[in-house]
Structure formats: C-alpha cells, structure tokens
Design a protein around this ligand. Structure first.
Ligand SMILES: [Zn+2]
Length: 90
C-alpha cells in the first residue's frame, strides 16, 4: 500500500539526534502534501525525553526571538521548533 511505502522511506532517512542529550529523536508527526504532482512528506521529530524536548523547544524559541530582534531582514520568519525533513516521493 502507498502509505506503508511512505513510512518505510521515512525510516530510511538518516537518524536525527537530539541536540541536547544525543538520544535518537522520535517521529511525532508526519504531514503529506502534494505539490506539482510530487508527494512531499514533512516529518516532525522530538526527543523521547519530554523534559529535554521542552528545553530544546525553549532554546529554539529563545534563539528565534533573538534572531528576530537582531535582524528581521536577514532571518525572515524561521518557523518550526524542531528540525523537519522533507522527502520527495513518486
Ligand atoms: Zn534530548
């Protein structure tokens, strides 16, 4: 089935490690959208340690706010709190 193939592709991606504790991040959600006939899968990952994940998010948020304060023109709207991986499928 189409969905099972997509999930396998995500698992084949390089492992994302938590920037704080180095644990392997887990996929919390995947989003599928079709752009120009290609299926784009966006994967949102989080640290398996909830406390750690929260600290990472706080850090990202703080950095984002700092960046916006510094130079909004150089870093226009960096959105999302966790790294995202996009995959093109056929
Ligand atoms: Zn962590």
């Amino acid at each position: 089935m189409e969905d099972e193939r997509d999930i396998k592709m995500i698992q084949d991606l390089p492992v994302t490690l938590c920037i704080r504790c180095g644990k392997q991040r887990v996929v919390v959600s995947t989003q599928k959208e079709t752009i120009n006939g290609s299926t784009i899968i966006t994967t949102l990952t989080a640290c398996p340690d909830a406390d750690c994940q929260k600290k990472v998010e706080d850090q990202f948020e703080k950095e984002r706010i700092d960046r916006e304060k510094f130079s909004e023109s150089k870093f226009p709207l960096v959105r999302g709190k966790a790294p995202k991986v996009a995959v093109k499928a056929h």
